[in-house]
Design a binder for this molecule. Structure first.
Ligand code: XMP
Length: 519
């Protein structure tokens, strides 16, 4: 149980998760709640402050209707400070009687503001500050009860505070790195204004998580699909810590894995001391079902269905041998559950292993040890648990595996070609020490032939794409600026050494508008 926390109320802004992550980086545990959450005593237990996120809409009278006002009054009575960011700044001001101007002051990108009042939120900052703005509506007139703290452009209100120092607003985004002193401002709110005293770290959660698993599972048994990915590995390890050999891990080899992947995963789980870890060799079954399938979504569907069948079969076998499983372990992490309100999917989207929905009889109680952590925090927990670094460093790998990195039908031959190219790419990135700074790096095999020349022979082979991206959460991604020499070496090795590929291209598309995977 977290003793002190901050709530981030989500109005659908693109930075909601970033706000929560920044708080956690400052040692302050933050959780996201939907904009419609009623702030009753149970919700406010241990809450030291609330941040209202940005959002894509113009504030309306409904936004500051009775539920919002009731929440505000409750916070005031409890003396819990509130910080509104962008849209949050606007509705807080509006609710206190300020005037808003829709479209009144569009400001996008890096802007300068002037600090005009010395308050705990902006104290110690130089008068002129660089901040990141992304809005067009503005708060244009403040009521008596609010004081302007900073101005942008020609005296536009960039920040305000209530006279009782409980309600604050910033039109800019302190959570974005382009805001020069964004972290200082957030820290001032969290530590000086909310008086958050604890030093939260993901590592400190381990004992609490393990204890919670013990309480939930009691004397029961947990079944878990483990893919060898960071999330399911760390989750499985925590469950093992809690209940030991009553955890049963099933690893499905779908025949679509990377070079040596199955062997590496098996070895690592063995080294980590997992008592019950079974591999199901289902390569033939998956490849048979995928025969002739070209459409990427169809591939996903076939793989998900086959996975369910294989997993279900193994689960029944294990049940026959060991008795009933009352619990299903999952590597769900925080962003899997809390989607942005902007997408309309506000909470609790359960991530099933490999994107699958399990049959009804397998809908057991879930054990999700990482459900409140972000990916980088999961890695920190993994390091603290001394899980082999090879497992912790692994990049995300999609459930449908290499099948969605092959254009056209998936065959053993195509898989072999892609595996070989991919192995070369990873070797060279390791050699260059750039593997750890990358979010994902992989090759894609295009069903496109072009003419080449090798020795005296003319070739007419396929093309490989190198895709290397940087990202925090896969929602957006930018292209890695690999050294030119490194890229040339990778391309040369792939074109020369991989039979079936005679041309290599580098994908320089960010996400959006591209996606990370090709298919
Ligand atoms: P995209 O391609 O949508 O990928 O930019 C975002 C992240 O999700 C992974 N990905 C998948 N993961 N099943 C998965 O488990 C899928 O069908 C799937 N498609 C994409 C991708 O590798 C990236 O990390």
């Amino acid at each position: 149980m977290i003793e002190e926390k901050i709530l981030v109320m989500d109005y659908g802004g693109q930075y909601t998760h970033l706000i929560a992550r920044r708080c956690r980086e400052l040692g302050v545990y933050a959780e996201i709640i939907t904009k419609d959450t009623r702030l009753i005593d149970k919700v406010l237990h241990g809450v030291k402050g609330i941040i209202l996120s940005g959002g894509p809409r113009t504030a309306t009278k409904e936004d500051i209707g009775p539920p919002f006002i009731t929440n505000l009054e409750k916070l005031r009575n409890e003396k819990i400070p509130i910080l509104g960011i962008c849209f949050g700044h606007q509705i807080l001001a509006y609710a206190s009687g300020a005037k808003l101007a829709a479209g009144g002051n569009p400001e996008y990108g890096e802007m300068k503001i002037k600090v005009v009042s010395d308050t705990p939120l902006l104290s110690g900052l130089e008068r002129e500050q660089k901040v990141w703005m992304s809005h067009s509506d503005e708060v244009c007139e403040l009521p008596e009860s609010l004081t302007a703290l900073a101005e942008s452009g020609d005296d536009h209100i960039a920040s305000f505070a209530s006279k009782d120092n409980l309600v604050f607003g910033v039109q800019f985004h302190p959570e974005v790195t382009h805001t020069q002193n964004g972290m200082t401002i957030l820290r001032a709110f969290l530590r000086d204004i909310c008086n958050y005293e604890k030093e939260w770290t993901p590592g400190k959660e381990i004992d609490i998580i393990v204890e919670e698993i013990r309480k939930t599972v009691g004397n029961g048994r947990v079944l878990m699909g483990t893919s060898g990915g960071v999330d399911s590995t760390v989750a499985a390890y925590l469950i093992k810590q809690a209940i030991g050999d009553r955890l049963y891990c099933v690893f499905v080899d779908n025949g679509l894995l990377r070079h040596n992947e199955r062997e590496e995963v098996e070895k690592a789980f063995d080294e980590m001391g997992f008592e019950h870890f079974v591999t199901v060799d289902a390569a033939d079954e998956f490849l048979e079902k995928l025969e002739g399938v070209v459409d990427p979504e169809q591939k996903r569907k076939v793989i998900a269905e086959t996975f369910i069948r294989v997993f279900e079969r193994k689960a029944k076998e294990l049940e026959a041998e060991y008795g009933e499983f009352a619990f299903l372990g999952q590597g769900t992490i925080y962003p899997d559950r809390v989607e942005s309100a902007a997408t309309g999917k506000e909470t609790s989207v359960i991530k099933s292993h490999h994107n699958v929905t399990l049959p009804d009889w397998m809908k057991m109680s879930l054990v999700e040890p990482l459900k409140d952590l972000y990916k980088d925090e999961v890695r920190k927990v993994g390091v603290k648990l001394s899980i082999p670094s090879k497992m912790i460093r692994r990049q995300p790998f999609p459930g449908p595996s290499l099948a969605i990195r092959i254009g056209g039908p998936v065959t053993r031959e195509q898989l072999e070609i892609l595996r070989h190219a991919d192995r070369i790419l990873q070797e060279e990135l390791e050699q260059d020490n750039s593997y750890d700074t990358i979010w994902q790096s992989f090759c894609v095999l295009l069903p496109v032939r072009s003419v080449g020349v090798m020795g005296d022979e003319r070739t007419y082979d396929q093309a490989a794409v190198i895709r290397v991206v940087e990202s925090k959460d896969a929602m957006t991604a930018s292209v890695s600026r690999l050294e030119w020499d490194v890229l040339l070496k990778i391309a040369s090795r792939i074109a020369n050494q991989v039979r079936g590929i005679n041309r290599v291209v580098y994908d320089v598309t960010s996400k959006p508008p591209g996606t990370i995977e090709w298919y």
